[in-house]
Design a protein around this ligand. Structure first.
Ligand SMILES: [Zn+2]
Length: 330
């Protein structure tokens, strides 16, 4: 289909025209896949929803609502969506079970997330799927390279359960329970506990050590988050500052460059110190100090949350931005 666009349109106007009309952009001769795009904005961020297969109007409405809500949940983390532009590519799942059997981030210009969706699942089932907040959390930071993949998967694993609290998709208690069970899955992955995390992460696919690698990474951020709060700052604040200086820098990152960049915003090189400690970890780390800080108690694998406002504030400061947030470090 050819669409005539007035030649005086600039790029932004062109995008608007395309968005308003929800135009079919192209059809491939081989697969007959229909590609069409709509757009939505969160404050200054512009997000393209690109449908790679044909979906009914009802399915599109459901998909659009689901992805918008989770995007809002991400935005609450530090009060802004992490990128100026991004793209969500929606494909029909050809195999696998569950509402989103497969999703992945594709780094580029802009960073995109490909969601393989079983659109016959209900809106509630789509909303409850943890894959979406996991993939969205990947947008917070650049890819640090495969050897340091635990830095990338760790942040996404931490926030996959916490961000849904921001849009009332789960309770705080349920989220921490899931988080705790995630750490336990990592702890129970003991086959290669004599290998350091550095060695294991570089061979994660080959050894199938996803659980220990992902959850060691999540433990890294939880531990740094507690230490940052004890100094009167926070993980979301650090990520926001990182967005301001470096998130969209046109460069390839290594893990050490990335953590040093985060350390610009605290006086104690917490990210780098923990990074070297984590590289040498054999098995999962002890998280008792972090749990105590956030008022999380465990008894026979069931967690309880301390209801004292001091602990409530600390937990909130991990995933929900409030201007002038005061974190008690007493
Ligand atoms: Zn991931």
């Amino acid at each position: 289909m050819h669409i005539a666009i007035p030649s005086h349109c600039n790029k932004r106007q062109t995008i608007k025209v395309l968005a308003l009309l929800s135009i079919i952009l192209w059809m491939t001769n081989t697969t007959k896949a229909v590609v069409s795009s709509t757009y939505f904005s969160i404050d200054k961020a512009r997000i393209e929803l690109r449908y790679q297969n044909s979906f009914t109007a009802k399915e599109r409405a459901k998909i659009s609502y689901w992805l918008r809500q989770h995007s809002v949940g991400l935005t609450y983390l530090y009060g802004q969506y992490p990128l100026e532009h991004s793209r969500y590519i929606i494909k029909k799942a050809s195999s696998g079970s569950g509402p989103v059997p497969w999703a992945q981030v594709e780094r580029g210009d802009p960073d995109s997330i490909v969601f393989h969706v079983n659109a016959h699942y209900s809106l509630d089932e789509l909303m409850a799927d943890w894959t979406t907040p996991h993939e969205l959390s990947h947008l917070l930071i650049p890819y640090p390279g495969y050897d340091d993949i635990w830095l990338s998967e760790g942040l996404a694993s931490l926030y996959q359960y916490l961000l849904p609290i921001n849009v009332n998709l789960t309770s705080e208690h349920q989220a921490w329970q899931k988080l705790h069970l995630g750490f336990e899955r990592g702890r129970n992955d003991i086959r290669l506990n004599h290998w350091s995390l550095q060695k294991l992460a570089a061979r994660m696919h080959e050894t199938g050590s996803f659980r220990r690698v992902y959850w060691s990474g999540a433990a890294y951020y939880l531990n740094v988050a507690y230490q940052l709060q004890s100094l009167g700052t926070s993980l979301p604040y650090t990520l926001l500052r990182f967005k301001g200086c470096c998130r969209e820098a046109n460069k390839e990152w290594t893990g050490i460059e990335f953590v040093r960049s985060l350390d610009q915003f605290n006086q104690h090189r917490l990210f780098e110190r923990n990074y070297y400690q984590w590289l040498n970890l054999q098995g999962m780390p002890d998280l008792r100090l972090a749990y105590n800080w956030f008022g999380v108690h465990v008894n026979a694998q069931r967690i309880t949350l301390d209801s004292d406002p001091k602990y409530q504030q600390r937990r909130l400061a991990l995933y929900h931005w409030q201007p002038n947030q005061i974190i008690s470090n007493e």
